[in-house]
Design a protein. Structure first.
Length: 105
């Protein structure tokens, strides 16, 4: 019985020491945790073209429009390039010949 009381007292003393150490590891009141900062949504941005301030909506529209314009430009350049047309024709011919059963390396 006395042994049980001694173990209980040691456990309580250890808990008090551990809780004071954990209390020292808490963040100050003004400090924002890193997890919160990582999850924070950025609501203002700058245009990569002109450098002026944009809202999040305007920035998203700018990115989408820029990607669409680049895709259109790439498609136009690819279809007008004669080397590309020739390579595409040869690849299609090669695929057709393989499907018929003619082995081509």
């Amino acid at each position: 019985m006395i042994r049980l009381v001694q173990i209980g007292c040691c456990t309580m003393a250890g808990w008090q020491v551990a809780s004071s150490v954990m209390a020292n590891n808490l963040l100050p009141d003004g400090d924002i945790p890193e997890e919160v900062l990582r999850a924070e949504i950025i609501t203002e941005a700058r245009s990569p073209i002109s450098g002026k301030a944009l809202s999040a909506k305007d920035f998203a529209e700018l990115i989408v429009n820029t990607k669409q314009q680049l895709d259109r430009d790439d498609a136009i350049a690819a279809t007008t390039n004669s080397k590309f047309k020739e390579a595409l024709l040869l690849l299609r011919l090669r695929g057709f010949l393989r499907s018929v059963g003619i082995p081509i390396k």
